[in-house]
Design a protein around this ligand. Structure first.
Ligand code: UTP
Length: 294
């Protein structure tokens, strides 16, 4: 029987150098998209995908994340006494519905190293990894789309997206073969190899790995087996490549729009599009944008 996925790991200990100075004292996962920090979008995606056990890997500025998901009695009392029921429900909602634990990555030694910090809390269970700076707007949450494939094959699944060749060096890239699958409409792939940040001329395809993964606990031994790269970083892609020797890994070209919110331009694009979609802001914001002489 295929084990149910109950746990999600949120690596949030990166240095966020592309977003300095905003990320000097707080993790980029706390940057607000309209009015919610990036990590909350990721946590809500996990929740709406049926995963309620949240493990956040923190580095510097961890208190901002912990406080965000904690109960704030002071704030709640104030909102209650002022009769602000909607706001109260919003600040309460998230901390009531999930169970959050924290593990620490003392040094930013790569995404693989960050995921390895969660080994004890995960145990032998399958789990998802959500990189919350990859914001995905989708009708069916991207994590749920991946879980549907995992629940069929019982093997790890990574999110894939087609990326223009000139940008491919920013991603882990797969060499993969399409797999026919009920309802997957050319979206499912069996992965043969993967390369972290290849030169455009060395990239095996234009299919890049995006920050959603369903993994099985064997990945920990694989991450432990790979040597660190030249900067001392342990890449998750290298761990997965090692796992490929003994396990099939699938890729799924998810339906939805992804924003790289860890990058300034991507963050601005996400902000504009999310604001335009909001019931309370969309109309005046659209009018404002139209009034700009651009
Ligand atoms: P990125 O490569 O996007 O994050 O990592 P970064 O290194 O913080 O960003 P830049 O490139 O310097 O701007 C993807 C995800 O992995 C986490 C990050 O927090 C982000 O969610 N991460 C990365 C860790 O938790 N630890 C690490 O050592 C590296």
């Amino acid at each position: 029987m295929i084990a149910k996925v109950r746990k999600a790991v949120f690596p949030a200990a990166g240095l966020g150098t592309r977003f300095l100075p905003a990320t000097k004292a707080q993790p980029k996962e706390m940057l607000p998209l309209v009015d919610k920090p990036l990590i909350q979008y990721g946590v809500e995606e996990a929740m709406h995908s049926g995963v309620q056990n949240i493990i956040i890997v923190t580095g510097r500025g961890k208190s901002a994340i912990e406080d965000h998901f904690d109960v704030s009695f002071e704030l709640e009392n104030l909102l209650e006494s002022r009769g602000k029921k909607d706001l109260l429900a919003q600040v309460r909602g998230i901390s009531d519905m999930i169970d959050v634990s924290y593990v620490r990555q003392k040094e930013a030694l790569g995404l693989g190293h960050a995921v390895l910090r969660a080994k004890e809390l995960i145990g032998a269970e399958p789990f998802v990894v959500v990189l919350s700076d990859d914001v995905i707007d989708a009708e069916v949450p991207a994590t749920r789309q991946l879980l549907d494939i995992y629940e069929y094959f019982g093997a790890p699944v990574v999110a894939l997206m087609e990326v223009p060749r000139e940008n491919i060096s920013a991603y882990g890239v797969v060499d993969a073969e399409p797999v026919p699958h009920n309802g997957a409409k050319g979206r499912l792939f069996r992965i043969h190899n993967m390369v972290e940040k290849p030169k455009p001329s060395d990239a095996p395809s234009n299919l890049a790995i995006i920050g959603r993964y369903v993994l099985t606990a064997e990945v920990f031994a694989s991450i432990e087996a790979v040597p660190p790269g030249s900067l001392g970083e342990i890449q998750l892609t290298d761990g997965l490549k090692h796992l490929l020797r003994s396990r099939p890994i699938y890729g799924y070209k998810f339906e939805g729009k992804r924003y790289d919110a860890g990058d300034k331009l991507g963050f601005l694009q996400a902000t504009v599009e999310f604001a335009l979609k909001r019931y309370d802001l969309g109309k005046p914001f659209r009018e404002y944008l139209k009034s700009l002489q651009i």
